[in-house]
Design a protein around this ligand. Structure first.
Ligand SMILES: *Cc1c(COP(=O)(O)O)cnc(C)c1O
Length: 745
């Protein structure tokens, strides 16, 4: 058995001898297993039906130790085990089948986009910029919903054949790893990502040297190198400043996601926006469209302008229309703190070298990001820059579109609020990523083998009614048991790490019960998400959870931002409360270090998904959508996507209904009361109403309602089709090259 990977200080020395590439990995593997290298280097594997089993079967313990990274798993697998598999006809056959599927997938030309988006060519693709991407837990460069949505966007774009490349940052230490101390206080630490052993390749030129671009960060020159991650047919280019020829301080520019201060932040956004455009140029990619997913990438518009100026000799204001015709912007949050702003001083120290290149004065430059023109004290807002420089902008749900129009009305004083040019496309999730294989098999039997390529078809989903109640119920119960097993093992590890006493460690075996109504609550612990709502009336909550006849159990998971004391306090209160009452010992659990793996287990195994944002601050929310594909039922405040999804009596519950007040305490009280009442009078009774065989038919009806009504709408295939039709294509009419090409065909 290989020793545990040594993370941190020694990681680099280990890397030197083990800088893997797909070719090297292929060379290492026995002949019959060589196709595994190609599978491991394309994240496509993580949404196929076979998924992990191919890798996990090699060595389940090692699979967990390698954090589900297939490249490291294969490279360091025990040779005896590998040669055993290399001679196992069943295993060889499976490898061959999956490898053939991958090949077919990559070579497919009859895609949806070949029909519906012919005007977008791979020579002039969409370039999708985002500060974080959540593709898989083995690539920890995401913090939450924004990243996971970006990952799902790439996966559906790939499946539908939309020519798209993505640009992001490669964080040496990603987002922090969370542990709770013995008093329930969140402690954060960072772990090194060893890129050289992850499913990505450093882009090199013909002579084998890394391709780099140069940036000016304040007065220093910084070199950026670039790694490529394959997400099906989509290339995700990740920028990295950790190069020996950069100053030590600059090597850490891409060290952490959302860490550091304003300086780190703006420097990262310069790398992403300006560096991103330069990298695409260096790679010979000429995007027809720059899609800024959130304002972090908005500096890209300036660099596109600069290169247009160089090309045409025109002024900034003369090329502005061209830049705008190629730029589109998606805004993601109604929380004011979620919009980056930089002080005039900060902008000056990073851009005083740059605005002369645009032939702009300081005032002219600052005006690009000012909410109010002519106010010298206005800070520079990335959202304002993005809105000014884009031809279209959209929010991520109907309500969020409305809220965003109000929020940014100030930029369009001559218009009515309704005329503010911000539309919406409601978010979705990538069905094949989030649907448990057990459910996927069920859909194959009852909706058709091709169900996963028809996820936006409501008529197909209507056939969910044909599934016998028993069949869907036992599968759901099995998934719940797996969630419980996952929870126990995570909690056991956490208790061991905390050095708790043996009794407490071994009592994890009694944690949670598959026959008990199970609620999940997992997301970032931001204040507006109100993870504390259940605790509003402790006595009443205790009665609901601890009811001896019809108990309820709840699993929490989520990280508070390291600077967010309030979020940490909420986690601590939950932690303390669960220890204080013996009735809760096995009924309220916190899984530490929320990530996509725990996320998958949760959305696939819970009965009810709870979401309690302070309205209207949840732009969309997507975790509740993942639940629907697995037969889970939402109980949520009417905010974000749930305003569009909720159908009374059919597919879930609405907390607080339409009662709104700006008095936050009062709103908490109204919503908590409503949540308790829903649990006491509707959810718990419906769940425990069983027939002689223990099947809750009324409940199963809601499960089917949840699938049927939500799945066809809240998926990224539908979402991508909308982005193509409403955002990407209309602007291409003014993009001469692309139009001419398609006319000629
Ligand atoms: C889906 C997902 C999110 C987003 O959850 P919301 O409820 O939409 O905030 C965050 N983190 C992970 C790991 C996810 O999988």
């Amino acid at each position: 058995m290989q020793p545990l990977p040594i993370w941190g200080v020694n990681a680099k020395s280990m890397v030197q001898d083990n800088f893997l590439t797909v070719t090297k990995l292929r060379d290492k593997l026995p002949i019959t297993l060589k196709p595994l290298a190609d599978i491991a280097y394309n994240y496509w594997w993580c949404w196929t039906n076979d998924r992990v089993s191919l890798f996990r079967n090699i060595d389940p313990d090692a699979w967990d130790r390698w954090k589900h990274n297939p490249v490291a798993m294969l490279a360091f697998a025990h040779p005896v085990r590998l040669s055993q598999l290399a001679n196992d006809p069943d295993y060889i056959k499976r490898v061959k089948t999956v490898a053939e599927q991958l090949k077919r997938y990559m070579e497919e030309t009859e895609t949806w986009a070949a029909q519906e988006a012919r005007q977008i060519s791979s020579a002039n693709p969409v370039a999708y910029f985002c500060a974080e991407f959540g593709i898989h837990e083995s690539l920890p460069i995401y913090s939450g919903g924004l990243g996971v949505l970006a990952g799902d966007h790439l996966k559906s774009a790939s499946d539908l054949g939309v020519p798209l490349v993505a640009v992001g940052l490669l964080y040496r230490q990603g987002y922090f790893v969370q542990h709770l101390s013995r008093i329930g206080w969140q402690e954060d630490h960072y772990e090194d990502n060893i890129f050289e052993q992850m499913p990505m390749e450093l882009i090199t030129d013909a002579s084998g040297k890394p391709v780099t671009v140069e940036l000016e960060i304040r007065t220093r020159k910084v070199k950026v190198q670039v790694w490529r991650v394959m997400v099906g047919r989509v290339s995700l280019y990740l920028l990295d400043t950790d190069r020996p020829d950069n100053d030590q301080i600059d090597r850490w520019l891409t060290g952490h996601l959302y860490g550091g201060n304003q300086d780190t932040r703006i420097a990262q956004e310069v790398v992403l926006g300006i560096g991103g455009v330069r990298v695409l140029q260096a790679l010979g990619i000429e995007p027809a469209i720059y899609h800024m997913n959130e304002g972090h990438a908005a500096f890209c518009t300036l660099e596109v302008a600069r290169s247009e100026m160089l090309k045409t000799g025109k002024s900034f204001y003369d090329v502005e229309a061209t830049v705008r015709s190629k730029s589109v912007f998606t805004t993601h949050t109604p929380v004011p703190a979620g919009h980056d702003v930089f002080s005039g001083d900060t902008i000056e120290s990073y851009f005083s070298q740059y605005w002369p290149k645009l032939n702009l004065s300081e005032e002219q430059f600052m005006a690009l990001g000012a909410r109010r023109l002519g106010d010298p004290w206005e800070p520079f807002s990335m959202t304002v820059l993005a809105l000014r420089m884009s031809r279209t902008a959209n929010g991520v749900s109907e309500l969020h579109g409305e809220v965003s129009r109000k929020m940014w009305h100030i930029l369009y004083p001559e218009r009515e609020v309704e005329q503010v040019p911000i539309g919406y496309i409601t978010n979705g999730v990538h069905a094949r990523t989030w649907t448990a294989p057990l459910m996927s098999d069920l859909y194959s039997s009852y909706l058709g083998e091709d169900w996963s390529s028809r996820v936006a078809d409501p008529q197909m989903w209507a056939k969910v009614d044909d599934i016998p109640d028993e069949e869907i119920w036992w599968r759901h119960q099995l998934l719940k048991e797996r969630l419980i097993a996952h929870t126990r093992s995570q909690v056991k590890q956490a208790r061991q790490q905390r050095g708790e006493d043996n009794y407490w460690i071994s009592s994890v075996d009694k944690l949670l019960d598959p026959n008990v109504l199970t609620i999940g609550f997992a997301r970032r612990f931001s204040t507006y998400k109100r993870g504390y709502l259940l605790l509003h009336d402790l006595e009443r909550a205790l009665k609901i959870l601890g009811n001896p006849d019809r108990p309820v159990q709840i699993i929490f998971s989520g990280k508070a931002h390291p600077a967010d004391e309030q979020g940490k306090r909420v986690l601590q209160r939950l932690f303390e409360w669960s220890r204080k009452h013996p009735e809760l010992h096995n009924r309220l659990v916190i899984i530490e270090n929320y990530n996509m793996h725990t996320g998958r287990k949760l959305v696939q195994g819970v009965d009810v998904w709870l979401n309690t944002p302070r309205r209207p601050l949840e732009a969309s929310g997507t975790s509740g959508q993942k639940v629907c594909f697995n037969g889970g039922i939402n109980c949520s405040v009417l905010d974000g996507w749930w305003c569009e999804g909720y159908e009374e009596g059919v597919n879930g519950w609405a907390i607080g209904e339409d009662a709104h007040t700006s008095d936050q305490e009062r709103q908490d009280k109204i919503d908590a009361e409503s949540l308790y009442r829903l649990l006491e009078e509707e959810i718990v009774p419906l769940y425990y109403d069983r027939d002689a065989n223990g099947i809750p038919h009324g409940w199963v009806k809601r499960m089917k309602g949840s699938i049927k009504t939500n799945a066809p709408r809240f998926n990224t295939d539908r979402m991508i089709a909308e982005y193509v039709a409403k955002i990407y294509l209309p602007g291409l009419a003014t993009n001469l090259q692309a139009v001419r090409a398609s006319v000629m065909v």
